[in-house]
Unconditional design. Structure first.
Length: 196
């Protein structure tokens, strides 16, 4: 066993730990995902933010993401972050039907930390993790958006949007109950293209 310690090489490519000005550029419905801890599927959404002040000149800003249960229950991380981001509690009318698309393109302040783990294959990796979302104080105007806003609704599957996703995101969506059901139905109907 070696006692020589080193940082993970990919940590250097991550956004710095701390607070960042951010703009919501992704709202991706992941469908019903299996939750091993709860032993049940639950609807999930992934929200992504670009960090316009955290990129080197001439390069697009990094994007950080956070997965949420698609819920406004009182113990929901999504509810906590939306309340903090908007700077106010939800009204009764908003509880009855809040459209997540309202946050697309909106700015906020997020806190980023680094998460390190070892994959099942033994590969060490690190990733940026969004740990808090809050409102921007004052009238600060961030630079213009560099990434287009991407909204994906699994119930209105858009193949063009889906195919542009990185492989890890396509795998997450493909593991959803909705996509698995669609593949099973296509298999029963004999539609081989939809089965893969």
């Amino acid at each position: 066993m070696s006692l020589v310690l080193s940082r993970l090489a990919d940590v250097e490519s991550l956004p710095a730990v701390g607070s960042h000005v951010a703009r919501c550029c992704q709202i991706i419905d992941l469908g019903r995902q299996w939750d091993a801890r709860r032993k049940a599927s639950r609807p999930m959404v992934l929200i992504g933010w670009e960090l316009p002040l955290s990129s080197a000149a001439g390069t697009p800003p990094p994007i950080v993401q956070r997965r949420y249960a698609k819920s406004l229950d009182e113990n929901s991380n999504l509810l906590d972050d939306l309340n903090s981001w908007r700077g106010r509690e939800f009204t009764a009318e908003e509880y009855d039907g809040f459209d997540l698309q309202k946050i697309a393109g909106e700015t906020c302040l997020i806190t980023v930390s680094h998460s390190r783990n070892v994959t099942a294959a033994g590969r060490r990796n690190a990733r940026a993790k969004v740990t808090a979302v809050g409102s921007l104080a004052g009238s600060f105007e961030p630079p213009p958006a560099m990434h287009p806003v991407v909204i994906y609704d699994i119930d209105r599957h858009d193949e063009k949007v889906y195919l542009a996703f990185p492989d890890y995101l396509k795998r997450m969506i493909d593991e959803s109950d909705e996509r698995n059901y669609a593949r099973r139905a296509a298999w029963i109907d004999g539609d081989e293209e939809q089965c893969g």
